[in-house]
Ligand binder design. Sequence first.
Ligand code: NAX
Length: 329
Amino acid sequence: MKKPVKVAITGAAGQIAYSLIFRVASGSMLGPDQPVILQLIEVPVPEVLEKLKGTIMEVEDCAFPLVAGIELHSDPQTGFEGTDYALLVGARPRGPGMERKDLLTANGGIFGPQGKALATKASKNVKVLVVGNPANTNALIAATAGSKEGLNPRQVHAMVRLDHNRAISQLASKTGVHGNDIDNVIIWGNHSSTQYPDVSHTTIGGKKAKDLVTQEWLEKDFIPVVQQRGAAIIKARGLSSAASAASAAVDHMRDWALGSNGKIVSMGVPSDGSYGIAPGIVYGYPCICKDGDYEIVQGLSVDDFSRSRMTVTENELREERAAVEDLLK
Ligand code: NAX
């Protein structure tokens, strides 16, 4: 057995965490030979912490062979002590009458201090995945705050993997293949309804996706269905996506930590100007992961249709950034 690593999860009493904690504890994220110490972090509200205690009792009752410790925290300063992997799930939801700018600012008040705490308290090579919405701009805020204390912005990602997995599942059901046979799906941009699920480079069973589905289907069905899938799940379930979001978080962190085996995966990462996207935002890009690091895949062709969709989602992220400019100083 390896030495245990520390995995911090915020929003630990919430519904995504109720699935995520158990997946991490069972070894789905870091492998069957990697013990974990769970650092479960919530807001300092007695009822919420009580609920988290109930979840912890359940983790204990699973007697997971890989769980080497479980900690409960209500302060990121202690919660991120020595953290190797941080899954930032807890966020401020949109309240009644709340404008987008208010939501962005309220979340800035969470993710700024968390970024700082990660920079000063966590392990030097900590990998941080922001799940809580608005995920891309929350990641930008955490990375910017953390970078003032020595965190490399490349260490902070936003999750667009759920959208990536949704795109694979839609293509699989349309073409009658298993998702395992689908490669090179890309989610560009924001984890929001402006995201651009792109199949220009996708292969299905070794054939070009563009030869198997029509442009009309892509524009009228596939793209809107992937963009609106979260809303469809809320309508059907009465609750937002939770188990699938947790599964995507496990996929993202596993690939980043252990490698994507040459496969393209979509990750919200700091723009370095690749594909003409403005630096200074966290944008969904095609990435390949190796040796605990990621690279943005370069040199893919971008046609006019893709470019216009990529620009729409870039513009939304630039607007989000402008709305929190004060928090980035
Ligand atoms: P829940 O409302 O069930 O749980 C959120 C939990 O976070 C609550 O228990 C709350 O007390 C806690 N929390 C709030 N602020 C915190 C803080 N500062 N520190 C620690 N904990 C804090 O929401 P859930 O369904 O679990 O969703 C969590 C977040 O994921 C939401 O922002 C949601 O919008 C977002 N999602 C992101 C997705 C993505 O693909 N990036 C997809 C699924 C999901 O919608």
